[in-house]
Design a protein around this ligand. Structure first.
Ligand SMILES: [Zn+2]
Ligand SMILES: [Zn+2]
Length: 134
């Protein structure tokens, strides 16, 4: 083997090593890209979940259109009860102001005290307009 041949071989080895290094670096970049994408996807998912939670909370806290009373709840959160509702629709606690005096003549939904039924524009269950005394 001549000196030149040795040099050529050494050069080839060097080139191969550099190529491998470049390939490794490329793989590293691809890996990092994938990690960033995965992190981004996780972030979007978390955001989506947070948004849907917020929406849920908002709908729970929306007070009903009719006069509502507020009562304390286990977690200290007030719940809204329509004056015509015997129980809180959220937690099932009884409405302390409820008087069982009237019902809807059409669907027999109880509408509470006489003055409460008079204030209702329509039966909350069927939309009827015929409240009657029990
Ligand atoms: Zn409640
Ligand atoms: Zn009704």
């Amino acid at each position: 083997m001549t000196e030149n041949a040795d040099k050529t071989k050494a050069n080839e080895e060097l080139i191969a090593a550099l190529k491998k290094e470049a390939a490794d670096a490329h793989a590293e970049v691809e890996k990092t890209k994938k990690e960033i994408q995965a992190a981004h996807a996780r972030e979007m998912k978390a955001k989506k979940e947070a948004t849907s939670k917020e929406e849920k909370q908002t709908s729970t806290l929306t007070p009903p259109p009719e006069p509502a009373s507020v009562h304390g709840h286990e977690e200290g959160k007030p719940h809204y009860i329509g004056a015509w509702q015997k129980f809180c629709p959220t937690c099932g606690d009884p409405n302390p102001d409820f008087k069982d005096e009237t019902e809807c003549a059409d669907c027999h939904t109880h509408l509470g005290a006489k003055e409460v039924a008079e204030k209702l524009k329509a039966c909350p269950n069927c939309g009827g307009h015929n409240a009657k005394r029990l």
